[in-house]
Write a protein that binds this ligand. Structure first.
Ligand SMILES: [Zn+2]
Length: 85
């Protein structure tokens, strides 16, 4: 009965292989040069089944860049809220 239509935005979860992902937010923890950075409210695709979060590559590298900047300034622990550039 289906028309073979595939919704490309919906990604099958790689961890549980059962759930599909939905847009949501997650908390990301990064370790960089002795710095631990926690970023809350990061946009991600979240598995409805096991809650595994998939962060966009662009967002991930953005976070890494700000972690490097914070590490350079000598911070050891940094907790921040994600802000859209
Ligand atoms: Zn899953």
């Amino acid at each position: 009965m289906g028309r073979g239509f595939v919704e490309e935005e919906i990604m099958r979860c790689l961890i549980c292989k059962r759930g599909s992902t939905e847009p949501g937010t997650t908390t990301v923890t990064l370790e960089r040069d002795g710095l631990i950075m926690v970023i809350k409210g990061v946009p991600a695709q979240v598995c409805e089944n096991c809650a595994e979060a998939y962060v966009d590559e662009k967002v991930a590298s953005e976070l890494l860049t700000s972690a490097e900047a914070a590490a350079k300034s000598g911070a050891k622990v940094e907790i921040r809220e994600y802000v859209t550039a």
